[in-house]
Design a protein around this ligand. Structure first.
Ligand code: BJW
Length: 252
């Protein structure tokens, strides 16, 4: 649908108490000026992700990996939440049983006001010591000289989930548990290529949920969707919610 007019079925589901699950990926931050991973202009274009986003890459060249993440953090700090983040925060307020499962590490959902959320791939704003595993929520700006070190002497690493690493178990389980019971699942801005996050819409569909995809491109998850909105999530999601009578703030 190009005018972002939701069907009567979708409006009813949005007006009901839930349960509603939203799964988001890098595309929801594209309109905030943050690059996605795959495709033209993506972070991985011309780069092998295995040289930046694996524990082996960090062990081999922590300085290079830290420079990549410091640059990403600077970009994220300068960005503002867009209509997609604000619409999902509005859903959090409007729906009695709701969960946002995001693969994003940029912190824009939190800044838009989302509260009931799980971060499947960690956060750019956390640090973890590779030696003692201590996690620090509070991000230190004085990371020079790179790579930074924990007080125990171990290397500090970004608190994100790299390829080959397990997702935060409790967060993933919460998302899967709601996928099994959800009446509606919104899948926005993800290529659906990275597992196990990409398995969540299938779990929901198998359990009978109404799956909606918001993405300008078709993805390997598109066949699961009863309804697709082929366009940018920052424009589409506020229109869809407002058509269902859910007001969306214009700024965070
Ligand atoms: C718009 C838009 C707009 C543009 N509006 N839309 C099968 C089962 C299980 C695992 C595997 C499996 N096969 C392979 C694996 C392993 C691997 C994997 O999935 N590999 C695939 C690439 C094949 N998975 C893992 O390794 C995971 N761990 C794991 O499986 O552990 C097992 C284990 C268990 C027990 C012990 C030990 C291990 C971990 C995956 C971690 C992913 N990490 C990254 C980096 C995070 C840090 C960082 O940010 O740098 O996460 S990779 C990167 O991809 C990032 C993203 O969260 C993730 C997903 O990308 P996303 O968000 O979908 O972005 P894009 O760029 O792909 O797509 C953007 C989309 O937006 C596009 O569709 C656009 O069209 C769209 N778009 N503008 C709406 N305005």
């Amino acid at each position: 649908m190009s005018n972002f007019e939701p069907s009567a079925a979708l409006k009813d589901l949005l007006r009901s108490a839930g349960p509603v699950l939203a799964l988001t990926g890098a595309g929801v931050s594209a309109e905030s000026g943050l690059a996605t991973f795959r495709g033209p202009g993506g972070l991985w274009e011309g780069h092998d992700p295995m040289t930046l986003a694996t524990p082996e890459a960090f062990a081999r060249d922590p300085d290079l990996v830290w420079r990549f993440y410091s640059w990403r953090r600077t970009r994220a700090a300068a960005a503002s939440p867009n209509g997609a983040h604000l619409a999902l925060a509005a859903l959090d307020e409007a729906i009695a049983e709701f969960l946002l499962a995001t693969q994003n590490v940029d912190g824009l959902h939190e800044r838009a006001g989302s509260r009931r959320m799980v971060r499947l791939h960690g956060s750019l704003w956390r640090l973890r010591c590779v030696r003692c595993q201590d996690e620090q929520d509070e991000f230190r700006e004085d990371l020079d000289p790179l790579p930074p070190r924990h007080s125990c002497g171990g290397l500090l690493r970004p608190g994100v989930v790299w390829f080959g690493e397990p997702l935060p178990w409790e967060s993933f389980e919460r998302a899967v548990a709601l996928a099994r019971r959800a009446r509606l699942v919104l899948v926005a801005g993800t290529s659906g290529m990275v597992y196990p996050a990409a398995s969540i819409p299938q779990v929901a569909r198998d359990a009978g949920a109404y799956v909606v995809e918001i993405n300008p491109e078709r993805t390997p998850l598109s066949h699961l969707a009863e309804e697709r909105f082929e366009g940018p999530a920052g424009a589409a999601l506020p229109r869809i919610l407002e058509a269902a009578g859910i007001p969306v703030r214009e700024s965070a």
